[in-house]
Design a protein around this ligand. Structure first.
Ligand code: SUG
Length: 447
């Protein structure tokens, strides 16, 4: 039996609102606000608890070390750690915010994943994303590789690919721009790669950066050694990108045979082909749910993050959507979800709302913080076991967050050298809880 396992990344102790992502309206709107790292982490844990409670396998990905001192040193800052932080805070506060961002919390951008049933060598392939478009995200790739290589270390079952060359022409944002459609998790599927730009165009001018390139998507499909005919590439609607859908998972999502998307999500000339390909791969079970502009405008989709709900398969074979609390508060978004739940032509029978507001203020909803990996029982047994989120780990992590995370963090607090010490102390303890060994660079230096 193949199941979906959700690997949720936990926000780190430096969670902040620095307005680092042009085109991400929520993050731009939160710029400079005081953040609440402890609450952010507790919200992440509550979501993991809810998903696990639905009977879905749940795992944890640890946060990355921030501020990332190796990046600051590579950029020429020298002296003790406190000297480096003081100098960068004085001369380049924006750079300090970038180096301190806990953006690795959005695990949907960590990598793209192909289950073993789709790959020619019968292994699960995981391609680490380069996140090349934005500097604060580009520094995640190395740490992401190190983490995933430890958790999926069994090379009989898993291949973790290093990120593509880190250049915007190969800009790759991971699973957030990828969907897989199949009759079920364990059956062969078609991989839908959603891109925003391509070398040979036509690329409509957008006022915001377009992150995912077709060339990156094609490279990831090659790395996966997908069985022939199992990849398709579709262009995101440039108007949707300009309106604030910097990733596909803000306007489209899938689970097994279900594809739920906003009608303005893709290049209008390509939607028919998308539906045809999915239908011919999935067969009559294919279940497209197209949400119309009249029911939910693109702006409403972006402000509520309805499509960033996680559609998960329940043990009884039906599905649930774990949607952001913002959808419950917006009557039109709530009505759309209620209709999806009530209408009998799709398998979704439950809607659960989660409060992810600390992450939402940076443009990250429930699906953004998880990396979905479909695993057979044998593969699941080969995953680093201590990362499984069960009651015991939940208890340990909750107490760990309460002990180590600050309640509040203002932009100026990033200059506090104690924050680095606190973060390292917390992460050191976390690697012990998770049995991951000395995985952080600071642990290797001091060891
Ligand atoms: O890359 N926000 C992230 C949000 C990522 C959401 N992920 C998915 N949709 N899958 C981004 O724009 C903002 C950080 C700041 O401004 O402090 C940020 O990086």
């Amino acid at each position: 039996m193949t199941i979906e396992a959700n690997f949720d990344s936990l926000v780190g102790p430096t969670h902040s609102y620095a307005g680092l992502s042009p085109g991400n309206l929520a993050a731009a709107g939160s710029r400079g606000q005081v953040s609440h790292p402890r609450q952010a982490a507790l919200q992440g844990l509550a979501k993991m608890r809810l998903v696990r409670g639905l009977g879905v396998a749940q795992y944890l990905l640890p946060p990355q070390e921030r501020p990332h001192m190796p990046t600051l040193r590579r950029l020429g800052f020298t002296g003790s750690d406190a000297d480096v932080i003081a100098a960068v805070a004085k001369t380049s506060p924006h750079l300090l915010a970038q180096a301190a961002s806990s953006s690795s919390m959005w695990a949907a951008n960590a990598a793209t994943v192909a289950p073993s049933v789709d790959t020619r060598d019968g292994r699960v392939h995981i391609a680490v994303a380069n996140l090349a478009t934005l500097f604060h995200r580009s520094i995640e790739a190395e740490g992401t590789f190190n983490t995933l290589a430890r958790i999926f270390s069994n090379s009989a079952h898993f291949v973790v690919h290093r990120n593509l060359p880190s250049h915007v022409s190969f800009g790759d944002e991971g699973a957030a721009n990828h969907m897989r459609l199949a009759r079920s998790h364990g059956e062969p599927g078609v991989h839908v790669f959603v891109y925003g730009k391509s070398a040979d165009g036509p690329n409509a001018a957008t006022p915001v950066p377009v992150r995912q390139s077709r060339e990156a998507s094609e490279a990831v499909a090659r790395l996966f050694h997908l069985q022939k005919g199992r990849a398709m590439f579709i262009r995101q609607n440039p108007a949707a990108i300009s309106a604030g859908t910097f990733h596909n998972d803000v306007v489209g999502t899938s689970n097994e045979n279900v594809l739920m998307f906003h009608e303005a999500a893709y290049d209008p000339g390509e939607i028919a082909q998308l539906l045809d390909v999915c239908e011919s791969e999935v067969g009559p079970a294919f279940c497209p749910i197209r949400i119309h502009q009249n029911d939910l405008t693109l702006d409403e989709a972006i402000s509520t993050y309805l499509f960033n709900g996680q559609i998960v398969t329940l043990p009884n074979g039906k599905m649930a959507i774990v949607a952001p609390a913002e959808c419950e508060e917006n009557p039109r978004a709530k009505a759309v979800l209620e209709r999806v739940r009530e209408v009998g032509d799709n398998p979704i029978t439950e809607v659960r709302y989660v409060d992810m507001r600390q992450s939402m203020k940076n443009g990250g909803g429930p699906a953004c913080v998880r990396l979905r990996v479909c695993l057979t029982a044998e593969e699941r047994a080969a995953v680093h076991p201590e990362c499984e989120f069960n009651e015991r780990l939940d208890e340990k992590l909750t107490s760990w967050v309460i002990r180590h995370y600050r309640e509040k963090l203002s932009p100026e607090d990033l200059a506090d050298p104690h924050l680095l010490v606190e973060s390292r102390t917390a992460l050191d303890e976390l690697t012990a809880i998770l049995g991951l060994g000395a995985m952080y660079e600071f642990q290797q230096e001091s060891g």
